[in-house]
Design a protein around this ligand. Structure first.
Ligand code: SF4
Length: 136
């Protein structure tokens, strides 16, 4: 087993704080802990396959998340409809999207999968209804 001296420990922590990120890969249930950084070029360690490497790169360069929310309806009996993005959206657009969804009001009935917003911020991501609702 490799011995760690104080200098090695300190430089590892320093490097981790300033350059590298610890990322848990969510591409499969194994959940590998990947340490990755971008300087001087992209590097990663701890992943068990290429998917984890690509996931870590995306997390560093432009992290994305699937957004779920509810929007108001025009029905007095069913006041909210559940919605989500049909693909993960870049994190930097999420706040603006949530503010936009807050203003949206849809008419019932609506069908599962129908789009209420398309091409969010030019990303090609749509927001769709996740449940068919009738106006009853
Ligand atoms: S790196 Fe590969 S094996 Fe590990 S969690 Fe990600 S997809 Fe699964």
């Amino acid at each position: 087993m490799k011995k760690l001296n104080l200098w090695t420990l300190r430089s590892n922590v320093w490097r981790t704080m300033n350059d590298e990120k610890q990322i848990t890969c969510i591409c499969c249930p194994r959940g590998c802990r990947v340490t990755a950084g971008l300087t001087p070029e992209f590097h990663a360690a701890g992943e068990a396959c290429q998917r984890g490497r690509e996931y870590a790169r995306e997390e560093l360069v432009s992290p994305k998340r699937t957004v779920t929310a509810v929007v108001r309806t025009d029905s007095p009996s069913r006041r909210y409809a559940p919605v989500k993005t049909d693909q993960p959206l870049e994190i930097r657009y999420i706040d603006a999207l949530l503010r936009e969804l807050y203003r949206v009001r849809i008419s019932l009935p609506c069908r599962l999968g129908s789009a209420i917003l398309t091409n969010v911020h030019g990303t090609g991501v749509n927001v769709v209804v996740t449940r068919s609702l009738s106006d009853e």
